[in-house]
Design a protein around this ligand. Sequence first.
Ligand code: COA
Length: 168
Amino acid sequence: MRIRHLDASHASAWHALRKRAVAEHPEAFLTSPAEEERTPLETVSRRLGSPASEAFVLGAFLEGAMVGTLGVLREAHEKARHKALVWGVYVAPEARRRGVGRALFEAAIGRARDVGIERLNLAVKVDNAAARALYQSMGFVSWGIERDSFRVDGRPIDEEYMVLVTSR
Ligand SMILES: CC(C)(COP(=O)(O)OP(=O)(O)OC[C@H]1O[C@@H](n2cnc3c(N)ncnc32)[C@H](O)[C@@H]1OP(=O)(O)O)[C@@H](O)C(=O)NCCC(=O)NCCS
């Protein structure tokens, strides 16, 4: 398995994986399949082309195919530059339970440290046992719950907020 920092050349493959993620797991991701369909490839390319100190997206590759992804987005405001949001964590079903999620996080935490990000925040649906177990195993701790964070077909989704302090 290889973890790569994605760039604009991966836009099409990454967007295909992202569309799969939001279609398979509507309750795990904020964007809908229709929103992903409407997103132009240029927007995706721009996102993947950001400087690593501001934002980066990692891809996990098995036998040349992208099977997992994770994004990190740093806070833009000067006073909050020590923080970043982890978003879009997904491993394709055929590649799960083989350490791909863990490898994505190990790479993301290392890169975050390298660019001076000291706190990684994320949100996870309260009953997403697999993701919560992965995050806890990486050292994330829970600090709160937001009720009715977003809605899927009118159903309220409760999300748990977790944080990891990256400094050693
Ligand atoms: C959550 C997800 C990213 C995990 O990816 P993965 O590559 O299967 O995870 P790993 O193989 O690296 O697992 C690392 C650890 O996480 C925990 N874990 C992962 N999947 C688990 C599961 N189904 N049940 C319980 N624990 C699990 C275990 O502690 C595991 O360590 P172990 O295999 O030594 O027991 C994957 O299941 C996924 O993409 N789910 C759907 C999308 C999603 O929910 N994304 C998160 C949105 S917040």
